[in-house]
Design a protein around this ligand. Structure first.
Ligand SMILES: CCCCCCCCCCCC(=O)SCCNC(=O)CCNC(=O)[C@H](O)C(C)(C)COP(=O)(O)OP(=O)(O)OC[C@H]1O[C@@H](n2cnc3c(N)ncnc32)[C@H](O)[C@@H]1OP(=O)(O)O
Length: 185
């Protein structure tokens, strides 16, 4: 991944294999939580991203930019693009490792404007782990798998215990997510 700044992944990162129970290449991932801003189908203003496991340690996601996602007129808001990458990067970490984790650090490089009506084809890759630290990176191409690169991102996710979500979040929403059988705690 050609980002600016230091080497990626950092020294000390170890390669990882997908969890034996991780979904295989070609598996459509669906919605992990119906109210998630990134993928939820009960979140009207959300990004409604769709993701599929790719080859190797990748997840492929698509995000179509609508008028609800504008910053400048006719162009996607950079913060929402960062959100799309947070979702894609979290999906590759969570689905392939089957570990609960949260975003600790997220970097984005915006290389081209992303117009309303366009679709970003995002490929997120699991780069490795160092203890609780999970390193992931992604690039988003405009309107086709082989379109021009519009956004690159990389992130550090940190594994947490499940009580992170019930202690700091909404236990009832967590129960709703478990009951929907869309995530595997
Ligand atoms: C099927 C499922 C689908 C799942 C699909 C999911 C898709 C959804 C994706 C959206 C995900 C999100 O937005 S999550 C929401 C946004 N993120 C958050 O709310 C996280 C808020 N932050 C925190 O709760 C905390 O800071 C933690 C948990 C990240 C870390 O706290 P901690 O548990 O006390 O651990 P701590 O010792 O501080 O950090 C552990 C190690 O990580 C390093 N570390 C921590 N933060 C950073 C950082 N920003 N930059 C560099 N390094 C960091 C530390 O130096 C340390 O390294 P060393 O000493 O070990 O070397």
């Amino acid at each position: 991944m050609k980002n600016s700044g230091e080497a990626w992944p950092p020294e000390g990162t170890e390669p990882v294999a997908a969890h034996p129970d991780a979904p295989g290449p070609g598996t459509k991932l669906g919605v992990h939580f119906s109210e998630c801003f990134g993928c939820g189908d009960e979140q009207d203003g959300g990004l409604h991203m769709e993701s599929t496991v790719g080859d190797g340690l990748t997840v492929k996601s698509q995000f179509t930019v609508t008028e609800a996602h504008q910053g400048a007129p006719g162009l996607a808001h950079g913060g929402l693009l960062a959100c799309a990458f947070d979702e894609a990067l979290g999906s590759v970490a969570g689905n392939l490792l089957r570990l609960p984790a949260v975003t600790g650090r997220l970097e984005t490089d915006f290389r081209r404007p992303v117009p309303v009506g366009s679709t970003l084809f995002i490929t997120a890759t699991l780069d490795g782990m160092d203890g609780r630290k999970i390193y992931v990176s992604a690039e988003g191409r405009l309107d086709a798998e082989d379109g021009p690169v519009a956004v690159r991102a990389r992130a550090l996710f940190v594994t947490v215990e499940f009580d992170h979500f019930t202690t700091h979040g909404d236990p009832n929403a967590w129960k709703k997510m478990r009951d929907s059988n869309r995530v595997n705690p």
